[in-house]
Ligand binder design. Structure first.
Ligand code: ATP
Length: 246
């Protein structure tokens, strides 16, 4: 579904993504893990058209999309849930959801938008109970669900998720990851998931890539990455040297 080949991205002279190649197949959850500043958000922003690569290719269903506008990228079927969620806190839950539909439907096609919102409410019943509540008054976990719901309003084929667990208590983060897995199982949604919380991300992902200072340094099935000593040491918080001394 999505194929990146030798993608290079610069911020001015700063070489940020270096010959990045990866792919996401239909129906997969693929995770991209990496520490702060590795280039994960830059990668998602490049896929969603906010940043233009200087070279390389970005194919979606076989079509080159690297020169498309962000609006067209949403129309083509890719939706991003940004880091920090960026919901509109002074609008209600429902108004936030409706905004997610604006590229796909014009505002006078209200019936379709309402039907779409009902579909999202069936996925996230907590949002239905709070549809008239100001989004800024939701808990962190609920805001994340709203941000995901808003992205789903454009009926994407591919969902890009940027650090959905950021700032959430561990049990709430787990709940959000379970929702992502449900979306895949029940609706066949394809997901590219960027996470610092490698442990939880690898638990729900089919495959993963490790990004370090703008380069993909490892890739494989989630099981392979979980077993990898470097991944364990750098991203899963295991002190292997200490364990071996015991
Ligand atoms: P984090 O997990 O902290 O969000 P990340 O892996 O998502 O990190 P990016 O936000 O993609 O990393 O940043 C990659 C590098 O690019 C960093 O060195 C960052 O300082 C730099 N960078 C990001 N955005 C810009 C920008 N708009 N202008 C210049 N440099 C930028």
């Amino acid at each position: 579904m999505l194929t990146l080949k030798n993608l290079d991205v610069y911020y001015g002279k700063l070489y940020t993504l270096k010959k990045v190649s990866l792919h996401v197949k239909k129906g997969e959850i693929v995770t991209l893990i990496g520490s702060n500043g590795a280039g994960k958000t830059t990668l998602l922003n490049t896929i969603s058209g906010l940043i233009k690569p200087s070279s390389g290719s970005l194919l979606f269903d076989g079509v080159e999309i690297s020169r498309e506008t962000p609006e067209n990228i949403v129309k083509i079927g890719i939706s991003q849930v940004p880091e920090g969620r960026l919901i509109f806190s002074t609008l209600t839950v429902e108004e936030n959801l409706f905004l997610g539909a604006y590229v796909r439907y014009s505002f006078n096609r209200k019936k379709e938008v309402i039907e779409e919102a009902e579909r999202i409410y069936s996925l996230f019943p907590k949002l239905k109970d709070r549809r008239k509540q100001l989004a800024g008054t939701l808990s962190g976990g609920e805001q994340q669900m709203l941000a995901i719901g808003r992205a789903l309003m454009s009926k994407p084929k591919l969902l890009l998720l940027d650090e959905p667990s950021m700032g959430l208590a561990p049990n709430i983060a787990k709940e959000v990851f379970q929702y992502i897995l449900e979306l895949k199982k029940l609706y066949g949604l394809t997901v590219l998931l960027v996470e610092q919380n490698a442990k939880n991300a690898l638990k729900i992902a089919d495959r993963g890539y490790v990004l370090e200072t703008g380069r993909v340094i490892l890739e494989g099935s989630s099981e392979t990455l979980i077993q990898n000593r470097d991944v364990q040491r750098a991203y899963l918080g295991r002190d292997l040297d200490a364990e071996e001394r015991i």
